[in-house]
Write a protein that binds this ligand. Structure first.
Ligand code: MRU
Length: 341
């Protein structure tokens, strides 16, 4: 059985998601700088998984520091937090983890105590995440009916989390309840998380999955094939506006047009009450080669201008419900996420 990320005591291992589905390779890092680079380079990706990796990277940094007193240790750790904070800007889970790790440093009596507590916190965040996803699944499964075709975008599965997944967790839980669910996985250009990752992990679980290109979504909605849409999230603003993988917004507009329920499944750590609405969510811009090349093959002429925003914002008005481990907000456009804080 594969795993997304694992703590080994003195190192952290993760499956290299850049190579999936063709190769199943695990990378082991002993240096926190390499963990930060692994996040930036997409060895590991997906909002909760990024947070978990950062937590483990921070725990590694604490083990390797040669700081002699509490003040210099704290200063060094602030540098480490800043380095992880600069890896990817959109997924708020990263900053949620950093804040948790900072609070551990503040509470700790001495450097040795801080090291042990940071390690325990990082491992705890991973273990918690898997439980949280199972609860999200339980809370969301009731929205899926036996026989449904459910469309998803990007990868909000086991690979994007500590395990089980958020959007795919809802689907897994419905399947575990005995419902027959078929998933339509959008390929998710430009990085192909749907084609490469969602298809791979659902096949491993024997969940029926059909791959479609992103521009087929409207067709399968209009013809009545797709019954529900479930996606994950990278950051949910106070008013319910939701940043997720680029293309999610388009699907939400199509779903609304066709009267198809559109669900967002995410842990509480993805909710960001400090960000009032979607316009304040930072959107990561990634390299142009992701668009101009597919799997290393150039598909656009040299010299063309290219844009590559990695995320877009779905307005709360297009979301039927936000499913979390603490409960469900139906019609978030009316209520926002305030009920959870
Ligand atoms: O760029 P990525 O692959 O990190 O983007 C991931 C997504 O957009 C996921 O849908 C989101 O992080 C939710 S993961 C449970």
């Amino acid at each position: 059985m594969y795993y997304t990320i694992k703590w080994n005591g003195e190192s952290v291992s993760m499956i290299d998601q850049r190579l999936l589905p063709m190769e199943e390779v695990y990378r082991t890092y002993t240096n926190y700088r390499d963990v930060a680079e692994a996040i930036t380079d997409m060895v590991i990706r997906g909002a909760p998984a990024i947070g978990i990796a950062a937590g483990m990277g921070i725990a590694l940094a604490a083990k390797k520091t040669d700081a002699k007193d509490a003040a210099s240790f704290k200063k060094e750790m602030e540098g480490v937090f800043a380095m992880f904070g600069g890896t990817r800007p959109t997924a708020v889970n990263l900053f949620w983890t950093i804040n948790r790790m900072r609070a551990v440093v503040e509470r700790a009596g001495d450097i040795e105590g801080a090291r042990a507590a940071l390690e325990a916190e990082a491992v705890g965040i991973l273990e918690e995440d898997i439980k949280i996803n199972r609860q999200i699944g339980k809370n969301g499964a009731r929205f899926l009916k036996d026989g449904d075709v459910v469309m998803t975008h990007c990868n909000a599965g086991a690979l994007a989390t500590g395990g089980y997944g958020t959007a795919l967790g809802v689907i897994r839980a419905a399947v575990e309840e005995g419902k027959r669910i078929e998933v339509y996985a959008c390929e998710t250009r430009p990085y192909l998380q749907g084609a490469r990752l969602t298809a791979w992990e659902l096949l491993k679980d024997n969940i029926r999955v059909t791959l479609i290109t992103d521009n087929m979504a409207g067709h399968f909605m209009r013809t009545g094939i797709v019954k529900k849409v479930v996606v994950g999230a990278d950051r949910i603003a106070a008013n319910g506006d939701t940043a997720n993988k680029i293309g999610t917004y388009t699907h939400s507009v199509l779903a609304r047009e066709h009267g198809i329920p559109f669900y967002v499944a995410a842990p509480i750590s993805t909710l960001d009450p400090a960000t009032p609405d979607g316009s304040a969510i930072p959107i990561e811009e990634r390299g142009v080669d992701e668009v101009a090349y597919i799997a290393g093959v150039q598909v656009a002429p040299e010299g063309v201008f290219v844009k590559n925003p990695a995320f877009d914002v779905t307005p709360a008005a297009n979301i039927t419900a936000i499913i979390t481990e603490k409960g469900v907000v139906e019609n978030p456009a009316e209520k926002g996420i305030g009920g959870f804080f």
